[in-house]
Design a protein around this ligand. Sequence first.
Ligand code: CP3
Length: 361
Amino acid sequence: MDPAPGGPVSARPAPRLLTALAGGVPDATPVWFMRQAGRYQPQYRQLRTRYGMLELTNTPSLAAQVTVAPVRDLGVDAAILFSDIMVPVGPAGVDFEIREGVGPIVARPIRDAAGVAALREVEPARDLPEVLEAVERSVAALAGVPLIGFAGAPFTLASYLIEGRPSRQYIETKRLMWGDPLLWEALMRHLSRVVGAHLAAQAGAGASVLQVFDSWAGALSREDYTAQVAPHMRRLFAHLTPLGVPVIYFAVGASHLVEAMAATGPTALSVDWREPLGQVRRRLPPGMPLQGNLDPVALLAAWPSLIHQARTVVAEGGRQGFVFNLGHGILPTTDPETVRRLVQWVHDETASSRPDGGIRP
Ligand code: CP3
């Protein structure tokens, strides 16, 4: 019988992603993928023949369309806002482009006090209304499926602003960090404010999870991370905690940093494929949720090899407080049908309705 109008309606079960990030056991393991919206999708490539990448992020109807598509096409348990980590530094005064196959290119890299002093504060409602409208439109279209808002972490953004382009060695970044600690501090504080405001605004517009991409933090020694980056992350996460939204902290090649990253105060850690999840978990505070960690290249391998690796991820991740993801973004040459089959496989393999309760002997 339908509930009486205005009467109690049956409660919708909590989304799997939120259950897992609260440290619980969902009815099946939630799955989403970094870069689940992008060039590996035919519809995305089609849109890109007509619009530039930044044009897409700046047009709320198109950004929402691209954001929502993977939920419909792949059956993933969350959408991530279609945007880029560089978007909020635009209104701070940084002139950049995103070059296909390369990444962000900054017109005038920041390497001195004048460059840092010229940075402006960012007020998302005033400076990034298109992004917030894209969040609102996505949330409306997702009908209860969680939307993940995101930002780059201050260190990873600083590395682009200082190097001016993607880097392998981070020579100029480390030169500034070691050579002028006060200037480094000023830059990191400025970027932390931009990132904190941007994340809070996305949560305010309806994002129910936030992810902070510190993609390149693994380039730092544990000592440098702890002294020069961790204090800023601690302040950022403390700023976000009152929002009541779970925050996932991600880095690549950062196995040596997991304890230090966990200690900065995120809700959950997202890790790459270099260390088995079970080992990572033993190094984290008890109960801290974990996300990861399939090698994105596994999606290019033959199905049996992919499933062999996915099975390891599911077994190591466990049923409680675990979100299935990749260790980094989906590669552009990935077949979307393989991604869709993998989502289905993870859900089937981990479903609590399985005769064995989702637990294999
Ligand atoms: O689906 C999603 O994950 C959401 C959207 C998203 C993009 N970038 C879209 C994008 C997210 C979360 C990001 C974050 C981002 N951007 C990071 C952190 C994650 C990571 O990969 O480590 C970084 C380092 C960037 C900077 C950046 N922007 C790079 C390295 C590139 C790739 C350049 C290339 O052509 O390979 C971009 C461009 C970009 N951002 C694309 C997409 C879909 C490709 C755009 C296109 O050419 O159409």
